[in-house]
Design a protein around this ligand. Sequence first.
Ligand code: FE2
Length: 399
Amino acid sequence: MTATVTAPADQHWPWWPLLPLYPYGRRPTLVRELVPGRIWSFEQLHGVWYVAVPIRMTVVQVEEGLMLYSPIPPTGEVLQALHQLERQHGPVRSIVLATSSGLEHKLPVPAMARAFPSATVWVSDCQWSFPLRLPGAWLGFPAERTRVLGRDGYPGGDQLRWFPLGPLDLGLGTFLELACLDLATGCLLVIDALVSIPAVPPAVFDLDPTPLLFHARERGSELLIDTSANRLRGWKRIVLFANFFRPASVSIPALPEIFSEAMAARHRSNRNHFGFYPFRWSADWEQQAGELLAAGNGMNGIGIAPVLERLVFPRSKRAYLEWLRHLGSQDGLSKLISAHYAAPVEVCALTFKQLIAGIEHRCWALSEGSWQVLASIDNSLIRLGIVPHPSSEDHPPSS
Ligand SMILES: [Fe+2]
């Protein structure tokens, strides 16, 4: 089942160039059946300044009804597809927020809960907000039907098995994520802690390739031209941005130069940000993208995203490896379905063994090259006393 309906034009935010949060109110959704009659993927794109990556909700049919793992914004299109599944497979019984820290996964929960008023809302323990610590009801979780994963049980009964990673003290808050194994299919659902970054643009970009084409250019004055080469080029650059914030191969030109190029653009519109493209790529950018896509990952490109490794787990490599060992020891593993990037991805015990071995033998949480910005953020947080000081108990970041 594939749905490609775009939200009505009146839902677009007319002032988006002032705050370029892609997709500017439009959220076309790609719906795919991953395991016939059992598991479905609902994918959208989200990001800033066209640095758009896929975000995914996974729907699992368990005996009690449908479980929504990691909800996405419930657009009309999403609700239409969910109601269609309900007619075939039973009602939505549970909405699961299996992370304490992923804001992009928390924000859709209240709206999804309102859309399914009889569903139980399950959230991970240690939910937090910044700068104010707000109670769950203030975050939009309906108090009368919200349960805490683990403390109050789990949805899905004996059909699902849950694997917490954390809690880890981040200073600002706590990291806690729960992977979920569907025992009948061997599908392993995760949120952020394990991903497979594909070498080619995910299919959800077929609904709107603009982010790829935007970043495929060298100058803001260039047109957005839709070719497969440009899509691939744009994807590799987006991957670098999404994982390193400011890759080593990018520099920012002077403002007069940026404006001059924008003025030289033959076509200026919302779509090309009126000709503004404030980035310069050095000659080795593609090599750096290739290194990122191959670095430290196991089979099928599965691994930890650099941004998570450097900002969440720089001093928690041991806890991360223990979680991987626990996951890898489960019988019948077949597919990984994470909340970002590619899914489903084939996995087995060997996948985890190779991934663990790779992490054990490589440097962890680097500070050089493209990792510099991430490292400087982490170091600043340490200096300000916001995150715990590095412990000699675990692997310290290399310097
Ligand atoms: Fe996420």
